[in-house]
Design a protein around this ligand. Structure first.
Ligand code: TYM
Length: 337
């Protein structure tokens, strides 16, 4: 039996942080041998907020290098750049024309980002989830490993599949588009800010102290953990709604140390912050060091990275173009002769 297919992606906007790693990429790596995987760097999504043309291409390479550094194995997985496969833009247009406007206006991420942008909201920001749906549907993906914040976009993707198949798939033996399932882990799916345990860790937070970037050097990591927000209570616990920072930091320690919840509770329940913070910082440094070393090695071999992306583009295009043709044919387009 052929393997189920996975697709996911990250935007090349700034550095990857621990939320991107624990919410998404770590899960891609852990599950990759079970699936046939496509991981893309979603550079078309990156321009839905104001961007700097001088850094877009370099940031795209950096994210691809981080995928490899985090353990994506080309034996099981294909890495490619979204804009290298024009089918993503073309399917987006086709799907746009069956997407009700109010579905997009209801998206939480759109509302949050639109508030941040003020007057500067472009049509692409509203359309972001349709492009994301196109990414997934072109590969007929079965599973989409993401952080919790992407759940609503996955629901919209599934609604679009139903709508498309209903409108244009009648009489087809198998549905034209496949409905994907989100893969959201119970732990790490929502990593919180270091400066406010009620807010998600985010690339767009103006304070760099609010997040751990995967490429932060050890001294900076120690400093960020030393200065992160805590509370005056002694003893560390999970799941106390009055202590969101405590839950977040303990969860980070649990995941990065590879210990179980029970082991973490036994070890940390009587600790004060003065004892816990250095332990967390050193655990984090040890977990990120191999990623940082591999990243440098990949970035130093540009021709290798370029060959990975060239090959990725070929493999991705083959599948994407096939789906795009099926969609166009179902919608009644004539095919070029
Ligand atoms: P991006 O770059 O904003 O986020 C990439 C991934 O990181 C997860 N994530 C988090 N997980 C846990 N805690 C956090 N604080 C945190 N912040 C971010 C996100 O859920 C995501 O999985 N829309 C996608 C990019 C995308 C995509 C796709 C994903 C475009 N097309 C197709 C899957 C399939 C995004 O959020 O990118």
């Amino acid at each position: 039996m052929s393997k189920q297919r996975v697709l996911s992606g990250v935007q090349p906007t700034g550095n990857l942080h621990l939320g991107n790693y624990l919410g998404a990429i770590r899960n891609w790596v852990e599950g990759q041998s079970q699936y046939e995987n496509f991981f893309c760097v979603v550079d078309l999504h990156a321009i839905t907020v104001p961007h700097d043309p001088a850094t877009l291409a370099e940031n795209t390479y950096k994210i691809a290098a981080l995928y490899l550094a985090c353990g994506i194995d080309l034996k099981d997985s294909t890495i490619f750049v979204q804009s290298h496969v024009p089918a993503h833009s073309e399917l987006t247009w086709l799907l746009n024309c069956i997407t009700p406007l109010n579905w997009l206006e209801d998206m939480i991420q759109f509302k949050e980002k639109a508030i941040k942008q003020g007057q500067n909201v472009n049509a692409g920001l509203l359309d972001y989830p349709v492009l994301m749906a196109a990414d997934i549907l072109l590969y007929q993906a079965d599973k989409v490993p993401v952080g919790e914040d992407q759940k609503q976009h996955l629901e919209l993707t599934r609604d679009l599949v139903d709508r498309f198949n209903h409108l244009f798939g009648k009489g087809q033996k198998i549905p034209v588009l496949k409905s994907p399932n989100p893969l959201i882990r119970s732990e790490g799916a929502r990593v919180m800010s270091l400066t406010d345990g009620t807010k998600k860790m985010s690339k767009s937070d103006p304070s760099d102290l609010s997040r751990i970037n995967l490429l932060d050097p050890p001294d900076l990591l120690r400093n960020k953990i030393k200065r992160c927000k805590t509370d005056p209570v002694r003893g560390l616990v999970f799941d106390d709604p009055a202590r969101p920072e405590c839950h977040n930091l303990l969860t980070l320690y649990m995941i990065l140390s590879g210990k179980s919840k029970e082991q973490t509770i036994t070890e940390c329940q009587d600790m004060g912050w003065g004892q816990f913070k250095p332990l967390l910082a050193e655990t984090m440094i040890a977990a990120l060091q191999p990623i940082q070393d591999k990243y440098q090695a990949v970035m130093n071999d540009r021709s290798y990275l370029e060959s990975v992306l060239r090959e990725g583009k070929e493999k991705a295009s083959e599948i994407a173009n096939q789906t795009l043709n099926q969609v166009k044919s179902a919608m009644g387009y004539s095919m070029p002769l």
